[in-house]
Design a protein around this ligand. Structure first.
Ligand code: GLN
Length: 485
C-alpha cells in the first residue's frame, strides 16, 4: 500500500525496484476511480499517465532518475498542460486544450514525474470552498458533507484522500493554505517570485503564486526543489539561487523567535481552532523556541484591500476571454459586440462576474484614486506591519483559517462570509511572503485544524524546517480520513 507514503519513501521504493512507476500510477488511478464521488479531478488521462510512467521506469533502470522520477503528481487545472484540457474550472475554458506547458509542468516533466490528472478548483481560482467550479463542488474526505476549502480544493482532497501523493496549487489569497488546513494536509505557498507563473492562468498577477499541497513538510521541500527557480518568461520571477530545501530539515529550533500577532487571535476565531493553535505553540516552546507578541495593526483591513486589488487585476486579466482566440463561444449572436456579450455572459459563473464588476468599477475614472490607489497604499502598510514584526521574530505563527471546514452550501449565498475565511491568509499574499499550513489537530466534529506559519522573503528553508520539526514531534499529519485507509 503506497498511497499514504511520503515522496522520499516512494522514491526509494522505486529505486529499490519494490514497485514500478507503472504499478504506482495504476494504484493511484485506481483510487481516483474508486473515490470518484469526491469530484477531485476534472481530467484524468490514463493512457498518457501510463506512457509517462513507462518512460520513468526506463529512466530508473538506466540510473538516470531524480528524486521525483516515476512519482505521480496531480496538477491544479490552472496550469497549462500541453495537449491536455486546461479549464480553470470555467465553462469559458471548458474546451481549451493548452498548446504548451506552464513552466511548472515542464519542470515536473523534466524531473520525470507522472501527470496523474488535473484537479478541480474554484472557477479562475476565485473562492474558498470549491463550490464555484463549473464541474461541481469537491467533497472533503474527512466529511463528505463539508467543503474541502478553495480554491485548490481538488488538489487538497486528492492528497488527503490518498488519490495522489502530491499536488500543485496556486495561492492568491489563501488558496493553498486554507484547503490544506480544511483537509488536514500540508500546504506551501512560496515567496512571490520564487516559482514561475508562466503558463499559470492569471487571476491577480501581483498576488498569484504556485505552490504545493502534500502530506508533510519534507515532501513540500522535495517538490519546491523542482518548482523553484528563475524563469526569464516570467518578468516577476526572481533570479536567486535555489538551495536544496531538504538539506536544512531537522536543524535545531533553539533560540528561534516565533511571533504571535494578537490580531490573529481576536474576535471571529473559533474557540477550538484557537485552542489547537495554543497547543501547537506550547509544543514549539518544548522545542526551545522563544515566543513573542507582535503587532499587525493594519491586517484587519487586508480583506477589503484584497477585494479591491484582486478583482481589479482579475477584471483586466479576464478581458482576454472574448470568444475569439480560444475557449467557449456563444453559438448564436447578431454581431461582434453581441458575440462578446453572450460569450462572457454564458461562459463565466456568478462569482467571476461579481469580481469583474467590482474590479472594473474600482478601476473606473473617478474611482481609481478612491479605491484602487487607496488599496495599494494599504497594501504597503500591511507589508510594513510584517517588516516591523520580522525585526523582532524569525517566523510568525497563527491559525490558517478562523474555522474548520464548513458544510457544503453554508456560505454560497453570503459572499462576505465566504471572503472572511481568508482573513489570516490574505495579508501574506499582499506582502508577497512565503506561508505554510500544517495539520495541528481536529475540532469536536472531526474536522482538521491548520496551523499557519509565515516566513521572511525567500527564507523557505527555515520555514520548512520549522514545520518539519513540529511534524517530527506530532503526528497530526499522519492521520487518515475514515474510509480512505
Ligand atoms: N478565496 C480567495 C478568493 O476568492 C483567495 C483565492 C485564491 O487564493 N486563489 O479570491
Amino acid at each position: 500500500m503506497f498511497h499514504y507514503k511520503s515522496l522520499a519513501e516512494l522514491s526509494s521504493a522505486l529505486h529499490a525496484k519494490q514497485v514500478s512507476s507503472i504499478e504506482l500510477t495504476e494504484a493511484f488511478l485506481g483510487r481516483i476511480e474508486r473515490f470518484k464521488q469526491l469530484n477531485a479531478f476534472i481530467t484524468v488521462d490514463r493512457e498518457r499517465a501510463l506512457a509517462q510512467a513507462r518512460v520513468a521506469d526506463k529512466r530508473i533502470s538506466e540510473g538516470k532518475a531524480g528524486p521525483l522520477t516515476g512519482i505521480p503528481v496531480a496538477h491544479k487545472d490552472i496550469f497549462c498542460t500541453d495537449g491536455m484540457l486546461t479549464t480553470c474550472a470555467s465553462k469559458i475554458l471548458s474546451n481549451f486544450v493548452a498548446p504548451y506547458d506552464a513552466t511548472i509542468i515542464a519542470r515536473f516533466k523534466e524531473a520525470g514525474a507522472v501527470i496523474l490528472g488535473k484537479t478541480n478548483m474554484d472557477e479562475f481560482a476565485m473562492g474558498s470552498s470549491n463550490e464555484n467550479s463549473y464541474f461541481g463542488p469537491v467533497k472533503n474526505p474527512w466529511d463528505q458533507a463539508a467543503v474541502p476549502g478553495g480554491s485548490s480544493g481538488g488538489s487538497a482532497a486528492a492528497v488527503a484522500g490518498g488519490l495522489a501523493p502530491a499536488a500543485t496549487g496556486t495561492d492568491t489569497g489563501g488558496s493553498i493554505r486554507q484547503p490544506a488546513a480544511f483537509c488536514g494536509i500540508t500546504g506551501l505557498k512560496p515567496s512571490y517570485g520564487r516559482v514561475s507563473r508562466y503558463g499559470m492562468v492569471a487571476f491577480a498577477s501581483s498576488l498569484d503564486q504556485g505552490g504545493t499541497l502534500v502530506r508533510c513538510a519534507e515532501d513540500a521541500a522535495c517538490i519546491l526543489n523542482v518548482m523553484a527557480g528563475f524563469d526569464r518568461r516570467d518578468s516577476t520571477s526572481v533570479d536567486l539561487p535555489v538551495p536544496d530545501y531538504t538539506q536544512t530539515l531537522g536543524h535545531d529550533l533553539k533560540g528561534l523567535r516565533v511571533g504571535l500577532p494578537k490580531e490573529f487571535f481576536g474576535e471571529g476565531l473559533n474557540t477550538e481552532v484557537g485552542q489547537a493553535i495554543e497547543q501547537a505553540i506550547a509544543e514549539y516552546k518544548k522545542l526551545g523556541v522563544e515566543v513573542i507578541d507582535v503587532d499587525m495593526p493594519n491586517c484587519n483591513l487586508a480583506v477589503p484591500c484584497y477585494y479591491v486589488l484582486a478583482p481589479a487585476e482579475a477584471s483586466s486579466n479576464l478581458a482576454r476571454y472574448d470568444g475569439v482566440r480560444y475557449g467557449y463561444r456563444a453559438s448564436a449572436y447578431t454581431d461582434l459586440l453581441d458575440m462578446y456579450k453572450k460569450t462572457r455572459s454564458q461562459g463565466f459563473g456568478a462569482e467571476v462576474k461579481r469580481r469583474i464588476l467590482i474590479g472594473t468599477y474600482a478601476l473606473s475614472a473617478g474611482y481609481y484614486d478612491a479605491y484602487y490607489l487607496k488599496a495599494l497604499k494599504l497594501r504597503r502598510l500591511i507589508a510594513e506591519d510584517f517588516k516591523r514584526a520580522f525585526e523582532r521574530c524569525d517566523v510568525i505563527a497563527g491559525p490558517t483559517a478562523p474555522t474548520t471546514a464548513f458544510r457544503l452550501g453554508a456560505k454560497v449565498d453570503d459572499p462576505v462570509a465566504m471572503y472572511l475565511n481568508d482573513i489570516y491568509t490574505i495579508p501574506v499574499n499582499l506582502a508577497g511572503l512565503p506561508g505554510m499550513s500544517i495539520p495541528a489537530g481536529f475540532d469536536g466534529t472531526g474536522h482538521p485544524i491548520g496551523l499557519q506559519l509565515i516566513g521572511q522573503y525567500f527564507k523557505e528553508p527555515r520555514l520548512l524546517n520549522v514545520a518539519h520539526r513540529y511534524q517530527q514531534v506530532t503526528d497530526w499529519h499522519n492521520k487518515i480520513p475514515k474510509g480512505f485507509e
